[in-house]
Design a protein around this ligand. Sequence first.
Ligand code: NAD
Length: 267
Amino acid sequence: MLELAIVGAAGRMGHTLLEAACDEPGVTVTAASERPDSDALGMDTGALIGRPASGVQVRASLADCVDDFTVAIDFTQPENSLQSLQLCAAHGKAIVIGTTGFSEAQKKRIEEYAKRVPIVLAPNMSVGVSLTLTLLDTAARVLGDDYDVEILEAHHRHKVDAPSGTALRMGEVVAAAKGRDLASCAVYAREGHTGARDGSTIGFATMRGGDIVGEHTVVFAGTGERIEITHRASNRATFARGALRAARWLSGRRPGLYGMQDVLAVG
Ligand code: NAD
């Protein structure tokens, strides 16, 4: 039985992960943490999701339960995920990170930690998005530079980073397929007299509102036709199931930085 720690257990994804883990054979949640001022501290993880008591209490820090798990799953916020990573590296634990919004400097720190600890880092853990990334790579190669690429994404009103990590990942995949670097061709906002569109760019548009779980469309707009590749998540369980699959795949693996393409062996 694979023993898991859920960091951010009272969050939207933490909650969904606790539920998904109850229904997943071969895994058990043996540790959980929340921020030190959370109302959930001391609560039983079963009570947190309206299920029978698990005997596992929510702690104020992952450090308080570091001997109680094999793989940590962290969907929180960037600085905290780095702290979880530091702790896992110091104690030889693997970690699945679903958090988005890392800066370039933070991503470099993750790469450094990956020399010592096995990490799955993915801005979107759903199987459907992993397949979508493969489709995008193919589309970008086939369609080439005659088609303008725009990436549209929509999320719930509580999301704090934009564009979404998934939209950025999609942009990276398309840019790489065209032999470009996203950092030098992305256009994140347009306003006023922008001039005509530069065909070498990849544009982004972000919408926030209500309870939208996550929607992404990549448009390849050519002359006389338009191709749209869309992924819509209607339920967070798809991300949680992917994270549990990643945790199982990661257990016992060599140190390194892995993505969902590795976990699912696609691409
Ligand atoms: P949320 O705000 O509902 O949950 C985050 C939780 O982390 C909160 O409960 C918060 O209290 C907790 N937290 C903050 N600091 C902490 C600390 N020091 N120790 C322990 N817990 C701490 O957010 P969410 O919607 O669950 O999303 C969390 C992250 O996951 C975001 O970055 C989001 O973009 C990302 N996300 C990724 C995927 C994916 O498939 N990779 C899917 C959905 C969301």
